[in-house]
Design a protein around this ligand. Structure first.
Ligand code: SF4
Length: 364
């Protein structure tokens, strides 16, 4: 089997969350569940099944998702330990990291205590643990930023103090076109806390983009976020992935399609019943098609036809960034957004064209 540098394997172990992000891919009922969404045995079954399809791996990023894992009952720590141990046995990898999802919504002290236990658990299983803090509307609340800071400082102290180089924790901002935070304030906060920040967006759940003016605002917001984070040298997957896509923008179309397909092999989702499937690897974040793109299952799996459909969209037709769009997975985002616009758009549906312009230094 072909070796792979970086494999992301994540799951639906938890769905509990008291948050109200407007474009959340979980249902209200799923978020209201206070116990794990599925049994650890099912996740382990999925890990073993997926593991048989992969050879040597450089880094395995084992996600424990989704929603707020830190608010589950205390028995979940044993489950998570078993999932980590199973991940270690199922895959042949050199470095292991585990990414534990939280929204930090709720009382902060019990979440800090749980997070410390999970750091120790990961350490015992030889995984380097990071927390992925997912937020959107909460970011407009001062109390939330105080909680976030308290959480980060507590994790820093537990890991050995501020002299430890970068704790690896990530703020994942769930974009929604109608509740975009002030981009300058966000980047100032992130610079202050030295936090990596990644963007995610679920266009299928974003009712606001039915109005193309909002779609345009969103694209401008992403471009400004790109500009500010690049200027300040902040860590963001948007910057890394955009720059990589622009660097290979001259490659032939067919190479970009092959590259995109290979990237998708690097993302594995385990379902609640223990089955598994590959995900979308996009310039913003990895996306589970079952959650983010429920209509995709009804389509032909022919990626060439899908891309041609996108490129026929009025806004895409004359776009000079076809190659970057396809290789970076922005095309997947655009295709999802077009489900809300069956007659097409005159505004970039992926929200990425303006960012590609800024990154390439070539406004078009
Ligand atoms: S960057 Fe936007 S406008 Fe250009 S091809 Fe991609 S989705 Fe279409």
């Amino acid at each position: 089997m072909k070796p792979i540098d970086y494999l992301i394997v994540t799951n639906d172990y938890a769905t509990s969350c008291a948050g109200t992000c407007p474009t959340c891919v979980l249902s209200k009922d799923e978020r209201a569940i206070k116990t794990p969404f599925t049994r650890a045995e099912n996740i382990i079954k999925g890990l073993n099944a997926a593991g048989d399809n992969y050879g040597e791996i450089g880094t395995l990023a084992l996600g424990i998702g989704r929603a707020n894992v830190l608010m589950l009952p205390k028995e979940s720590v044993g489950d998570i330990r078993a999932i980590m141990a199973a991940g270690r046995n199922a895959f042949n990898f050199r470095d292991g990291i585990t990414e534990i999802t939280t929204s930090l919504i709720g009382k902060i002290d019990p979440q800090i205590e749980r997070a410390k236990k999970l750091l120790d658990t990961a350490d015992n299983e030889a995984f380097d643990a990071r927390f992925v803090v997912v937020a959107n509307t909460a970011l407009s609340s001062e109390k939330y930023w105080v909680n976030l800071n308290t959480f980060l400082r507590a994790m820093e102290a537990h890991r050995g103090g501020s002299n430890i180089d970068g704790n690896g924790d990530i703020l994942q901002l769930a974009l929604a076109s109608e509740t975009l935070p002030d981009v300058h304030e966000l980047v100032d906060r992130v610079s202050e806390y030295k936090f990596a920040v990644n963007l995610t967006w679920a266009p299928f759940y974003d009712a606001g983009i039915e109005d193309e003016a909002r779609l345009e605002e969103l694209g401008n917001w992403i471009a400004e976020f790109y500009r500010l984070t690049s200027e300040r040298g902040l860590d963001s997957s948007l910057v890394n992935r955009t720059d990589m896509a622009i660097a290979i923008d001259e490659e032939p179309f067919t190479h970009s399609l092959a590259r995109a397909a290979e990237s998708e092999r690097a993302v594995v989702y385990i379902d609640q019943d223990g089955s598994w499937h590959n995900g979308y690897f996009t310039v913003l974040a990895e996306m589970d098609p079952i959650r983010f793109d429920p209509l995709a299952a009804e389509e032909s799996p022919n990626s060439f036809r899908r891309v041609i459909f996108l490129l026929k969209n009025p806004a895409c037709h004359g776009c000079p960034f076809h190659t970057a769009c396809i290789s970076s997975g922005a095309e997947r985002i655009g295709t999802m957004a077009l489900r809300k616009h069956p007659r097409g758009t005159h505004t970039c549906p992926s929200g990425m064209r303006r960012t590609f312009e800024v990154a390439s230094g070539k406004p078009h």
